[in-house]
Design a protein around this ligand. Structure first.
Ligand SMILES: [Zn+2]
Length: 345
């Protein structure tokens, strides 16, 4: 009995000694200290980079549009408001890594936000979430607007005094609109009616392609079409008649009803006179007319050296293979598949 006890005690000491030596070897091996990957070979250690906020614009009295620097390999982003004492309040989770800008809704008007964005990555096998580091100063933006009249037009400004170039979401749902096309600068501006003051609110502007001989004048919007043949082998999605055979339409497609047959060369001419008399626009702009402007909506076509109240928007030209309009809401999955970051809202 005694012998047996002694044997057990001795073997215990030997095992403890072996364990200590092995542990020491593992700890002392250069670059081979115990890490997560040694302990769980199934879960390789991963990290994810830091993102940063490039721009925040006010979208409505309860929402921002946040533009960030994307992080490669991220599965999505967390958006927080950081308080003075460093507490994070989650505002939303963006569950993809598609656009470099997104809308953050449900905010409080008048509040000053210190926005923080953190990239995260979801491990496909384990579902574990790896979070990136973040800038704990945040991006400060006050959700407050001011309006001011300038030459009879009502402009919206953010708390930093910067003019807001898309004010649609500040206007009531049943707003009446007017469309003004400057055929010299190739810019269309949408105006909203402000009661008895008339169409005094510039809402937003889009690039267009008219022709140099598109007639100036005041017209009333006619019939609208979802798809339409323009010429032989030339088709449009979303079309609205301005007068006679002069139309608002998308840049031409090579086959009817096919959103994957865009004439890329013609699309890339947006912002220059390129049509046979019609007013070509991006899908987002013609669809906006199609959805928001009933027949009879006032259309003013004019020529002036000043592009319009918001200036001239910039065109992001497309590569040859991009055979769909990046602003076409029916084709946004194509951009997603190709990993191009054309933003659609
Ligand atoms: Zn794209």
């Amino acid at each position: 009995m005694n012998n047996h006890h002694e044997y057990k005690r001795k073997s215990g000491i030997v095992i403890a000694a072996i364990f200590t030596v092995v542990s020491l070897i593992v700890l002392l091996l250069p670059g081979k200290t115990l890490s997560a990957s040694d302990l769980h070979t199934d879960y390789p250690s991963q990290s994810i980079g830091e993102t940063s906020i490039k721009k925040v614009t006010i979208r409505s009295k309860t929402s921002f549009i946040v533009t960030i620097k994307k992080v490669k390999d991220a599965s999505g982003y967390y958006v927080y408001d950081i308080s003075e004492d460093g507490n994070l309040t989650k505002l939303t989770t963006i569950k993809d890594n598609f656009n470099n800008s997104f809308v953050v809704k449900g905010l409080e008007y008048g509040h000053t936000y210190h926005l923080v964005v953190q990239a995260y990555k979801k491990d496909k096998k384990t579902g574990a979430i790896i979070k990136g580091t973040y800038d704990d100063n945040g991006f400060t933006k006050k959700l407050k607007i001011k309006t001011k009249y300038k030459k009879g037009l009502k402009f919206y400004y953010d708390a930093d005094g910067k003019v807001i170039k898309d004010v649609e979401h500040f206007l009531p749902k049943k707003t009446q609109y007017m469309l003004k096309v400057n055929t010299l600068k190739c810019v269309m501006t949408i105006y909203a009616k402000d009661g008895r003051k008339g169409y005094t609110i510039p809402v937003k502007s889009f690039l267009c392609s008219p022709s140099d001989h598109t007639a100036s004048g005041t017209f009333r919007l006619g019939t609208k079409y979802r798809y339409r043949t323009l010429f032989y082998n030339s088709y449009s999605q979303w079309t609205a008649v301005i007068h006679g055979n002069i139309l608002f339409h998308t840049t031409p497609y090579k086959s009817y009803g096919n959103n994957n047959s865009l004439d890329v060369k013609e699309y890339n001419k947006l912002g220059t006179a390129a049509s046979h008399g019609c007013v070509r626009l991006q899908c987002v702009a013609v669809k906006w007319i199609y959805d928001n402007c009933p027949g009879g909506t006032k259309v003013v076509i004019y020529r002036r050296k000043k592009a319009g109240p918001f200036g001239k928007p910039k065109l992001q030209k497309l590569p040859k293979w991009h055979k769909w309009d990046p602003t076409d809401p029916t084709a946004k999955n194509k951009c997603r598949k190709h990993g191009c970051s054309h933003s659609i809202r």
